[in-house]
Design a protein around this ligand. Structure first.
Ligand code: AMP
Ligand code: GLY
Length: 416
C-alpha cells in the first residue's frame, strides 16, 4: 500500500509514524514533509497541487491523507482534485472544509441544524462591530477566514476589542473578510475527533490542549503548549450528550446538504453550565492533540483510512488504549510572538520512555537537529493514570535541551 501524507508539522509526524506502524507496513510519502518526516516517508518532488496530483497518479498512490487544512481549500481543493484523479483521499472536499475555513459558514450550519453553539452576529465594519458588542464584555471576536490560529480574540474590555477590530477590519491583517461578534462562553474545553465516512462515524480518544504560553493558563495564546488524551477525560453521560446533540446532527447535516465528508472532523467544544457547545469545527486532527492521541491508537490505521476514503467505515480495524497520554511541547526562544531558528538541540537520543515528534526542526549540514519554528518538539508519554503519564513526559522532556527552550511545567498536571 502506498500512502502520501500532506503537511509538515508535529501532527503529520505523529500521523506518519502511526501509519508506518500499521501491520502491513505501507510505503510512505510526504508533501511537503520535514527532515524528521523524511526518515519515515519519502519527499515528493512537486511545487503545486496539480503537480502533486500528477505525481500521485504516475506513482499509483493508493491513499492521500490530508494532515493540514490549508490544502483542502486551496485551488480546487485537495480532496476534489484527488477524486477527479481517482485517488482515495482521507480529508473532506473543499465545500465541506468551509466548516473550518469560514466561521460564518460554520455558524450558519450550526444554527440550521440546531446544534448548541454561542450566538453570534456577522459584521463588516468597525461601527457595526461596536453596535453588536453593545458594551457587553467579555466578548469574542472571530475573523471569518483561515488565520493560522490567530483570528480569534477573547476581549475583556473595550480597549482590547478596539485593538483587534483595528487590526482586522481597518488594517486588514488577515486580508479582506467579515467578522463574527460572538457571546463569550464559560467552561472547560474539550477536543473531540470523529472519523467520518458519509453517514457513519467513529469517535477517537478525547483530548484537551493547553493553549496559553505560561503555567496556570497565563500569558498569550499559542498554537498549543501541550495536550492530554484519554477515554477517561470525559464521562460516558457527557459523551452520550455530545454524540446526540452535536456529532449526530453534524453528520446528518453534512449529508442533507450534500457536503461530502470522509476524514477526521475535530469538534472544539466548551462544556458550559448549559451543556456542551461547539466553539469551532476543524476539518482535520488537532495539533498537538494528534501527538497525544496517536500513541493510544492500536490496530491498522492505514487500512482504516484507506477503507474510509473508499467509503467504508471499519471500526473493527482499530482500537484505543484505555490509559492516558500526555504531550509536552518544547518551543523556541521568543515563542509565540516570534521564534528562533538554528539553535542546536541536544539530548534527543537520551529520551527512552517517551515518543518524540518533531514540529519545527531541521537537520544542519553536520547532521545536528536544530530549531526551525515556534513549536519545536512534542515529548509524549503514556501510562495507566494521568499523573504517571505527566510525570514521565516531563521527566523525558527535561532531557532535551536547546538555547531559549520553553516548556510549561503543568501540562497534564493542571486539570481543568
Ligand atoms: P477558535 O480559533 O475558534 O478555536 O478559538 C480559539 C479559542 O478562543 C478557543 O479555543 C477558545 O479558547 C476561545 N473561544 C472561541 N470561541 C469562544 C467563545 N464563544 N467563548 C469563549 N471562548 C471562546
Ligand atoms: N489544537 C488546536 C488546533 O489544532 O486547532
Amino acid at each position: 500500500m502506498k500512502i502520501l501524507v500532506v503537511g509538515k508539522g508535529g501532527r503529520e509526524h505523529a500521523l506518519v509514524r502511526a501509519l508506518a506502524e500499521s501491520p502491513n507496513q505501507p510505503q510512505l510519502y510526504c508533501y511537503p514533509g520535514s527532515d524528521a518526516i523524511f526518515s519515515l516517508a519519502q519527499p515528493v518532488p512537486a511545487t503545486s497541487l496539480d503537480e502533486l496530483i500528477d505525481w500521485m497518479t504516475a506513482e499509483k498512490i493508493d491513499l492521500c491523507v490530508a494532515g493540514e487544512e490549508s490544502y483542502l481549500v486551496k485551488d480546487e481543493g485537495l480532496a476534489n482534485l484527488c477524486e477527479k484523479a481517482g485517488i482515495p483521499c482521507w480529508g473532506p472536499h473543499k465545500q465541506s472544509a468551509q466548516l473550518e475555513a469560514s466561521k460564518e459558514f460554520s455558524k450558519a450550519f450550526l444554527l440550521r441544524h440546531h446544534i448548541p453553539t454561542a450566538m453570534a452576529t456577522v459584521v463588516d465594519t468597525h461601527e457595526q462591530a461596536v453596535a453588536a458588542i453593545a458594551g457587553k464584555y467579555p466578548t469574542v471576536l472571530k475573523f471569518d477566514g483561515l488565520a493560522a490560529g490567530k483570528g480569534v480574540a477573547v476581549c475583556a474590555d473595550a480597549a482590547s476589542a478596539d485593538a483587534f477590530l483595528q487590526e482586522v477590519l481597518v488594517q486588514k491583517r488577515f486580508g479582506p473578510g467579515r467578522l463574527l461578534v460572538e457571546d463569550c462562553l464559560i467552561g472547560p474545553e474539550v477536543s473531540i475527533f470523529a472519523a467520518i465516512v458519509d453517514d457513519e462515524y467513529l469517535i477517537f480518544t478525547p483530548a484537551r490542549d493547553y493553549k496559553r504560553a505560561l503555567d496556570a493558563d497565563q500569558g498569550p495564546n499559542t498554537g498549543g503548549m501541550g495536550a492530554v488524551a484519554s477515554r477517561q477525560l470525559i464521562d460516558a453521560d457527557l459523551l452520550a450528550t455530545i454524540q446526540q446533540q452535536i456529532i449526530e446532527p453534524t453528520v446528518r447535516g453534512l449529508r442533507q446538504e450534500n457536503l461530502p465528508y470522509r476524514g477526521f472532523l475535530y469538534f472544539g467544544l466548551m462544556i458550559t453550565p448549559d451543556g456542551p457547545k461547539v466553539i469551532e469545527y476543524n476539518c482535520r486532527f488537532g495539533d498537538p492533540e494528534c501527538q497525544a492521541v496517536m500513541p493510544l491508537v492500536k490496530g491498522d490505521l492505514a487500512q482504516f483510512c484507506l477503507d474510509g476514503a473508499r467509503g467504508q467505515l471499519r471500526p473493527e480495524l482499530i482500537d484505543f488504549s484505555p490509559g492516558w497520554s500526555v504531550a509536552v511541547i518544547l518551543s523556541s526562544a521568543g515563542y509565540p510572538e516570534t521564534s528562533r531558528n538554528g539553535d542546536p538541540i541536544s539530548g534527543l537520543e537520551t529520551v527512552t520512555h517517551a515518543r518524540v515528534y518533531h514540529a519545527g526542526t531541521k537537520l544542519d549540514a553536520q547532521g545536528t537537529w536544530t530549531t526551525h519554528g515556534g513549536r519545536v518538539l512534542a515529548i509524549v508519554a503514556t501510562a495507566d493514570d494521568r499523573a504517571s503519564a505527566a510525570a514521565l513526559a516531563h521527566q523525558e522532556a527535561a532531557k532535551v535541551q536547546f538555547p531559549g527552550s520553553q516548556r510549561r511545567s503543568d501540562i497534564g498536571i493542571m486539570h481543568f
